[in-house]
Design a protein around this ligand. Structure first.
Ligand code: SF4
Length: 332
């Protein structure tokens, strides 16, 4: 595939539409956080004038794009994800990128969702019927991700950190669904052979993916395991208890992340019961509007919740480790 067909995405979009248009999706969040120097990217963005009081993910994505001009086009999710995406798209368009907005409508409006996907298909030169075909072709891969998730919460053979990494990577399948599926097959074959390692404390991790490095691993050291990665599981579009989706519109209407917080509360409640969770960690990002949803989650979920805030890319610090230790101890 030629480099000009690389398509940056700022959040999960109907990736089947991008693939149907012959684009290679590149999730900018994943590229930022797996970069060899994420802190350096944030610093570069601040050196260029982006404020200290702006979410580090936005700054990291911006600087990553500046270093990768080969990603010449972007889809920005301008409704249903992040209010900062508007300005990010403005900055990048002035840097010569083609930018396409994608808006998630209200969750109960399937017609509007279909129209949004039609608009995206037109802009990306894609055929929606082909996108539906790709959705069907991806079903075995999504079923294998479901299998991976069960190996975490039912069989204790895949760690919370591994689970997180595979599920967040499903937003763009690392740009190559075939290769991703083959690597996942190999990983599952190895993981199935592992002995089960049931944790003493079973946790759910809510909220946007943490910028803190080693959070899952620190919890493992403390005897707890994340057996529910809420938002990464949403990115991966697993069927779960709901059975298979019959269309793209159904799949992206079931996806809770871009919609009203009530859909997330219902999903978390259902998964907490199914997975036998002991407690929840709600990760929030400094300067993110989603921090306000902490109030709802704490009030409406029946399990103990520890709220953890992260700002810059850094390993778990001493204070955070102490808070995690105390939380795990109480739950244990
Ligand atoms: S963490 Fe919040 S502010 Fe930052 S990019 Fe994500 S949604 Fe936007």
């Amino acid at each position: 595939m030629s480099a000009s067909r690389l398509l940056g995405i700022t959040s999960t979009i109907p990736v089947e539409v991008a693939l149907a248009g012959g684009w290679t999706p590149v999730d900018l969040n994943n590229r930022f956080i797996t970069h060899r120097d994420p802190a350096g990217l944030v610093q570069q963005a601040e050196d260029q004038g982006l404020p200290r009081t702006l979410c580090a993910w936005i700054k990291g994505m911006y600087a990553w794009c500046l270093r990768h001009p080969e990603v010449a086009a972007m889809v920005g999710v301008t409704r249903g994800d992040c209010s900062n995406t508007h300005a990010l798209m403005e900055l990048l368009s002035r840097r010569g990128r083609r930018v396409f907005p994608f808006d998630y409508p209200n969750q109960d409006d399937p017609t509007a969702l279909t129209q949004a996907m039609q608009r995206l298909a037109r802009e990306l030169g894609a055929d929606l019927a082909r996108a539906e075909e790709i959705r069907r072709e991806l079903i075995p891969l999504r079923q294998n991700l479901e299998r991976l998730d069960r190996l975490t919460w039912q069989e204790s053979k895949v760690s919370g950190g591994e689970n997180h990494l595979w599920l967040v990577s499903a937003s763009d399948f690392d740009g190559d669904p075939k290769d991703f599926a083959a690597r996942l097959d190999r990983f599952l074959a190895l993981a199935e052979e592992r002995p089960a390692r049931p944790p003493k404390v079973r946790l759910g991790l809510l909220g946007v993916p943490p910028i803190i490095a080693g959070l899952h691993e620190t919890l493992e050291e403390l005897g707890a395991s994340v057996v529910f990665n809420e938002v990464p599981r949403q990115f991966a579009m697993l069927d779960g208890d709901g059975g298979p989706c019959g269309s793209l519109a159904q799949q992206y209407a079931r996806y809770t992340y871009p919609y009203e917080v009530g859909a997330r509360v219902d999903d978390i409640r259902r998964e907490a019961a199914r997975r036998g969770l002991d407690g929840l960690i709600h990760y929030t990002q400094s300067f993110c509007w989603r921090q306000m949803q902490d109030l709802v989650l704490r009030r409406e979920l029946d399990l103990p919740v520890l709220t953890l805030e992260g700002d810059q890319f850094a390993p778990v610090d001493g204070r955070t480790r102490l808070r995690l230790e105390a939380f795990v101890e109480v739950l244990g």
